[in-house]
Design a protein around this ligand. Structure first.
Ligand SMILES: Cc1cc2nc3c(=O)[nH]c(=O)nc-3n(C[C@H](O)[C@H](O)[C@H](O)COP(=O)(O)OP(=O)(O)OC[C@H]3O[C@@H](n4cnc5c(N)ncnc54)[C@H](O)[C@@H]3O)c2cc1C
Length: 553
């Protein structure tokens, strides 16, 4: 329901992972009025909630912005589909549900880069725990709703569960990784994620648990109803006011089904539009690289060279191995009998392949002996296909995808025109550094080494991609470009940093530099990408932002 007022204390742009948490926190207590604006629709679409429905939400205009990258030289000229959630919950409504914090060194590095101790691992851990509802309950590393040993309230809304399925071939892969020297782990989220084990997932009893269910619904159910949520409401421009030379963000223009509505923020506008939407919105509003804005005919409100730069993403090198003498999803889901059995298992017990996150088994390890810390992550899947969106292969096979956790390649997000409705140019520049190419080559060799271990022998693995006939580094570099794709973790396009860093868009407390009344609190503020999946780190960022906004800090 659209309220008649168009003035609020806080206006939040984007009801994705970060926006939902922030809306909950800023509206708690009932004293501040909050408007949450979302370009997509409600999350009342069945494929969002059934975990396997991930496959049907990507590439679907009901839930996805349908972005694509520019043709990428590192990928031998291929352009990639670049899914981003366009719905309540944002990407948390269409993502792979893997719960991963990253490594302690990621956050200690943020603290060093920004000069702000609040970003150290120790301090971030407290903000991860603030909203965690972990199946293990309360311990040194995890939290669940209740009270801790000192009698303080602990835990929160973000449910983390174990997966509800196992595959013989994944158990064998896990054993093979151990034979190759990777230690087993039953918890990737204690600061060092080194090891092999099954991922934990954001699900509740076999259903997807997205940011909208976790944070928005409880906030909307509060009696004092000071939170307004507008869906189908796309922000087209931020409204800036200059007084005596000082720039302030006073609100935004919103495209709704009733036309353009102007909303005003008494205290702050907070951008949570994600690593593509946030820089795009800043740029069309005149906050970005001066030359780019002028070339699009946009008056430069403030020349900010860093807006849209520093794009970082995890590239997954997808190696595929045909296997024998066991079932993978490729053949299990092929016959009608198999499909019915899978559907029945989910209907009766909420277990089996329909409860499946796209990747089940994870490995964090070093791609070569020269690496001091785990620098690659495997996502191992009991399935294979030519490319995302294509049908499963008709034979049994597994995919062992390997990501370089700390890529040095940097890309950009840049508008093409002043029209906020036109998708920006997304230029990831994957594999554009020597280091990233070497890690990709080492990753393929590492996957081969694991598959060659005794634990996999009885399944007679045959390498389909890239193909065992290719052995030289130059061949493998070229083939990495053919078989790799995004694992959907763009970050860094409005990075935080100290004032000496001319490319920093926001301060370490997430205020947009040089402008009052405007913050960014989403995945775009990361100065460097975390060593793992990026959803829960984004919640942690929003948790901090909410506190600082309330403290007016
Ligand atoms: C397919 C896929 C799989 C993934 N798998 C995992 C995983 O398994 N585990 C993990 O940890 N991470 C995963 N991720 C990454 C993770 O989900 C994201 O990093 C995280 O959701 C980013 O949160 P955000 O708040 O920055 O942006 P988003 O969640 O993208 O939210 C941005 C919101 O803003 C809205 N918006 C944008 N522009 C405007 C505008 N102009 N006006 C109004 N609204 C606007 C969008 O519609 C969206 O709802 C995956 C992502 C994808 C796409």
């Amino acid at each position: 329901v659209r309220p008649t007022t168009s003035e609020f204390d806080y206006v939040i742009v984007g009801a994705g992972t970060a926006g939902c948490l922030l809306a909950n926190r800023l509206s708690a207590g009932g004293s501040a009025s909050v408007l949450l604006l979302e370009a997509g629709r409600k999350d009342n679409y069945h494929w969002i909630h059934v975990p396997v429905g991930y496959l049907y939400c990507i590439g679907n205009p009901r839930t996805d912005w349908l972005f694509a990258t520019e043709p990428d030289p590192g990928l031998n000229g291929r352009a990639l589909r670049y899914p981003r959630g366009k719905v309540l919950g944002g990407c948390s409504s269409i993502n792979g549900m893997i719960y991963m914090r990253g490594q302690s060194r990621d956050y200690d590095q943020w603290a060093r880069l920004t000069g702000e101790d609040e970003w150290s691992w120790f301090r971030c851990l407290a903000d991860f725990k603030a909203h965690e509802d972990h199946w293990r309950g309360l311990d040194q590393w995890h939290a669940a709703p209740g009270f801790d040993h000192s009698g303080s309230r602990s835990g929160g809304e973000w449910r983390v569960e174990r997966q509800r399925l196992k595959w013989e071939i994944l158990d064998a892969f896990s054993m093979a990784a151990q034979q190759a020297g990777v230690p087993p782990t039953n918890d990737f989220n204690r600061g060092s994620n080194e090891g092999v084990g099954y991922f934990e997932v954001n699900q509740r009893s076999g259903w997807r648990w997205n940011a909208s269910k976790a944070f928005l619904r409880p906030a909307l159910a509060r009696a004092d109803a000071n939170l307004s949520v507008w869906t189908d409401a796309r922000v087209t421009r931020l409204n800036l006011k200059r007084t005596d030379g000082a720039l302030r963000c006073v609100g935004a223009d919103v495209q709704t089904d009733a036309g353009i509505v102007t909303v005003r923020a008494r205290r702050e506008v907070v951008l949570c539009a994600g690593a593509i939407g946030t820089p795009q919105l800043l740029q069309v509003s005149g906050l970005g690289p001066g030359d780019l804005l002028r070339s699009c005919g946009i008056p430069v409100q403030q020349d900010m060279p860093g807006v849209g730069q520093n794009l970082q993403d995890h590239l997954q090198v997808r190696t595929v191995f045909k296997v024998h003498g066991t079932n993978t999803l490729n053949t299990k889901a092929r016959s009608w009998g198999g499909k019915v059995a899978i559907a029945l298992e989910y209907a009766l017990r909420r277990t089996g392949p329909m409860s499946m996150a796209p990747s089940q088994l994870g490995i964090f390890t070093r791609s070569s002996f020269q690496q001091i810390e785990p620098n690659v992550q495997f996502h191992v899947q009991p399935l294979s296909l030519e490319a995302l969106g294509e049908p499963l292969h008709g034979f049994d096979a597994i995919t062992a995808s390997v990501c370089n956790l700390n890529p040095t390649s940097r890309g950009s997000v840049r508008i093409r025109s002043s029209d906020a409705g036109q998708p920006p140019a997304i230029v990831p520049q994957y594999l554009s550094t020597f280091e990233d190419c070497s890690v990709a080559v080492d990753s393929i060799r590492l996957a081969r080494r694991i598959v060659a271990q005794p634990a996999m022998a009885r399944f007679q693995p045959e390498e389909l991609k890239p193909g065992i006939q290719f052995q030289t580094s130059s061949d493998l570099t070229r083939l990495a470009g053919d078989i790799s794709t995004t694992i959907f973790h763009p970050v860094g396009t409005a990075k935080m940093g100290p004032k000496e860093d001319a490319m920093a868009v926001v301060t370490p407390r997430l205020k947009v530099r040089g402008i009052s009344g405007l913050r960014v609190a989403d995945a775009s503020i990361m100065p460097t990408i975390t060593s793992g999946n990026t959803n829960s780190p984004t919640l942690m960022i929003a948790e901090k932002a909410a506190r600082w906004i309330q403290e007016a800090d």
